[in-house]
Write a protein of this length. Structure first.
Length: 85
Protein backbone atom coordinates (compact mmCIF):
# COMPACT_ATOMS: atom_id res chain seq x y z
CA UNK A 1 0.00 0.00 0.00
CA UNK A 2 2.77 2.40 0.73
CA UNK A 3 4.22 1.76 -2.75
CA UNK A 4 0.92 2.75 -4.32
CA UNK A 5 0.83 5.85 -2.17
CA UNK A 6 4.37 6.75 -3.24
CA UNK A 7 3.42 6.27 -6.89
CA UNK A 8 0.42 8.53 -6.48
CA UNK A 9 2.54 11.17 -4.73
CA UNK A 10 5.17 11.01 -7.50
CA UNK A 11 2.48 11.32 -10.13
CA UNK A 12 0.95 14.26 -8.31
CA UNK A 13 4.37 15.83 -7.95
CA UNK A 14 4.98 15.50 -11.70
CA UNK A 15 1.56 16.95 -12.41
CA UNK A 16 2.31 19.89 -10.13
CA UNK A 17 5.62 20.50 -11.91
CA UNK A 18 3.85 20.49 -15.28
CA UNK A 19 1.20 22.86 -14.00
CA UNK A 20 3.87 25.21 -12.64
CA UNK A 21 5.64 25.20 -16.02
CA UNK A 22 2.39 25.94 -17.79
CA UNK A 23 1.61 28.75 -15.35
CA UNK A 24 5.04 30.24 -15.95
CA UNK A 25 4.46 30.07 -19.71
CA UNK A 26 1.03 31.64 -19.38
CA UNK A 27 2.42 34.37 -17.14
CA UNK A 28 5.14 35.14 -19.68
CA UNK A 29 2.57 35.36 -22.46
CA UNK A 30 0.38 37.65 -20.36
CA UNK A 31 3.31 39.95 -19.70
CA UNK A 32 4.12 40.09 -23.42
CA UNK A 33 0.49 40.85 -24.24
CA UNK A 34 0.36 43.62 -21.63
CA UNK A 35 3.45 45.18 -23.17
CA UNK A 36 1.98 44.92 -26.67
CA UNK A 37 -1.26 46.51 -25.47
CA UNK A 38 0.68 49.40 -23.94
CA UNK A 39 2.61 49.92 -27.18
CA UNK A 40 -0.58 49.71 -29.24
CA UNK A 41 -2.28 52.24 -26.96
CA UNK A 42 0.57 54.67 -27.49
CA UNK A 43 0.41 54.11 -31.24
CA UNK A 44 -3.35 54.73 -31.22
CA UNK A 45 -2.88 57.95 -29.24
CA UNK A 46 -0.30 59.15 -31.75
CA UNK A 47 -2.55 58.28 -34.68
CA UNK A 48 -5.47 60.03 -33.03
CA UNK A 49 -3.42 63.17 -32.41
CA UNK A 50 -2.10 63.16 -35.96
CA UNK A 51 -5.55 62.68 -37.43
CA UNK A 52 -6.81 65.63 -35.38
CA UNK A 53 -4.07 67.85 -36.81
CA UNK A 54 -4.68 66.54 -40.32
CA UNK A 55 -8.40 67.26 -40.00
CA UNK A 56 -7.65 70.77 -38.77
CA UNK A 57 -5.23 71.31 -41.63
CA UNK A 58 -7.75 70.07 -44.19
CA UNK A 59 -10.47 72.29 -42.73
CA UNK A 60 -8.13 75.25 -42.97
CA UNK A 61 -7.36 74.45 -46.61
CA UNK A 62 -11.05 74.03 -47.34
CA UNK A 63 -11.84 77.37 -45.69
CA UNK A 64 -9.14 79.03 -47.78
CA UNK A 65 -10.48 77.49 -50.98
CA UNK A 66 -14.01 78.61 -50.15
CA UNK A 67 -12.79 82.16 -49.50
CA UNK A 68 -10.93 82.17 -52.81
CA UNK A 69 -14.00 80.92 -54.65
CA UNK A 70 -16.19 83.57 -53.03
CA UNK A 71 -13.68 86.27 -53.91
CA UNK A 72 -13.52 85.04 -57.51
CA UNK A 73 -17.30 85.00 -57.69
CA UNK A 74 -17.45 88.50 -56.32
CA UNK A 75 -14.89 89.70 -58.87
CA UNK A 76 -16.82 88.04 -61.69
CA UNK A 77 -20.01 89.65 -60.44
CA UNK A 78 -18.36 93.08 -60.28
CA UNK A 79 -16.87 92.54 -63.73
CA UNK A 80 -20.28 91.60 -65.14
CA UNK A 81 -21.87 94.66 -63.57
CA UNK A 82 -19.19 96.89 -65.10
CA UNK A 83 -19.70 95.30 -68.52
CA UNK A 84 -23.44 95.86 -68.35
CA UNK A 85 -22.94 99.55 -67.82
Amino acid sequence: MSNKLLEILKSNSNDIKLIKEQLTEINTKINKLELEVAVNNNDLKEISNKSFYIESYLESIQDSEIKELLEQEEQISISNENNEE
